[in-house]
Design a protein around this ligand. Structure first.
Ligand code: C2E
Ligand code: MG
Ligand code: MG
Ligand code: MG
Length: 276
């Protein structure tokens, strides 16, 4: 009957909530120890130019959990953000990236950069400016080797203040990338107030370009727009040759996606691209 359905769906809802809160507690409870034990690892995914050459990489964190295996950020990032802990993980990954860049620089590996992700919550608990300028000094790397990825949604949470911090970092020499561009609500409006160096087009646009009538036109327009505004543009989520050639025709010159490589452990990245 209707009544029974109603109750069983409520029970299901309860179960889901309970499961989620158990999972949250587990992640939060295990976090500090895991960080100390170096269970969080930086993976790298190449960012590739027109010629198919990797010119840099994005740092993407993975949790090598002793019981659960390799955990993707989807499992823990939101939880750590909500718990006010993400800054600890981010600082750790940023430092790993700086350390690696210093090593590459010392070995004359070439002009590689590493893009790191910044969470909106980082701005509350970390002096982002101090942290990045401090890392550059500590590891004697050039600021443009470390690119800073921030989503438009993250910027919007406190636009004026966050923008001011990013502007100072840019003046220092860091490159700013807008991540997941187009997935938020404010995309076009924010572009007039922002001075980013790189626009990363959310992979949703690439998917839409294949399934929706207007998708192609929208994607191409974003590429043209970024160029007009003096920003480099990189498309995320490139999985096929066909997508690559379409994007190239549209004027996109930089790509990231499984077609080239999934995110891989650092030594695998170095081996594949002949670094070190
Ligand atoms: P993001 O920064 O937008 O990173 C791109 C995501 O797309 C990565 O997922 C990457 O593995 C995935 N991806 C790349 N190419 C393809 C493709 O061709 N097809 C598909 N389907 N996916 C592709 P990942 O590594 O699971 O990370 C998810 C999100 O977690 C990231 O999105 C970022 O927002 C967050 N994240 C990852 N590492 C960190 C970190 O160290 N700190 C913070 N705060 N967030 C992080
Ligand atoms: Mg990113
Ligand atoms: Mg992205
Ligand atoms: Mg994302």
């Amino acid at each position: 009957t209707i009544k029974n359905d109603y109750h069983s769906s409520l029970a299901y809802y309860d179960d889901e909530l309970l499961k989620r809160s158990i999972e949250e507690r587990r992640i939060i409870g295990e976090f500090e120890r895991a960080l100390e034990q170096n269970e969080f690892v930086m993976f790298l995914q190449p960012q590739v130019d027109e010629a198919g050459k990797a010119y840099g990489a994005e740092a993407l964190v993975r949790w090598e959990h002793p019981e659960r295996g390799l955990l993707s950020p989807a499992v823990f990032i939101d939880i750590l953000e909500k718990a006010g802990l993400i800054y600890k993980l981010d600082r750790y990954i940023w430092e790993k990236a700086a350390e690696k860049l210093a090593e590459w620089k010392k070995n004359n590996a070439g002009a590689y950069h590493i893009s790191v992700n910044i969470s909106t919550k980082d701005f509350y608990l970390v002096d982002v400016y101090e942290t990045f300028t401090g890392l550059v000094q500590k590891y004697e790397i050039d600021p443009e080797m470390l690119k800073l990825e921030i989503t438009e949604t993250a910027l919007m949470s406190d636009f004026k203040k966050n923008m001011e911090i990013l502007k100072r970092l840019q003046d220092f020499g860091f490159k700013i990338e807008i991540d997941d561009f187009g997935s938020g609500y404010s995309s076009l409006n924010m572009l007039k107030d922002i001075s980013a160096d790189v626009l990363k087009i959310d992979m949703g646009f690439l998917r839409a370009s294949e399934n929706e009538v207007k998708g192609k036109d929208i994607l191409e327009s974003i590429i043209v727009l970024a160029d007009k505004l003096g920003m480099e543009v990189i498309t995320e989520g490139v999985e096929t040759e066909k997508q690559l050639s379409m994007l190239t025709r549209m004027g996109c010159k930089m790509f990231q996606g499984y077609y080239f490589s999934r995110p891989v452990p650092v030594d695998e990245f170095e081996e594949k691209y002949g670094i070190n």
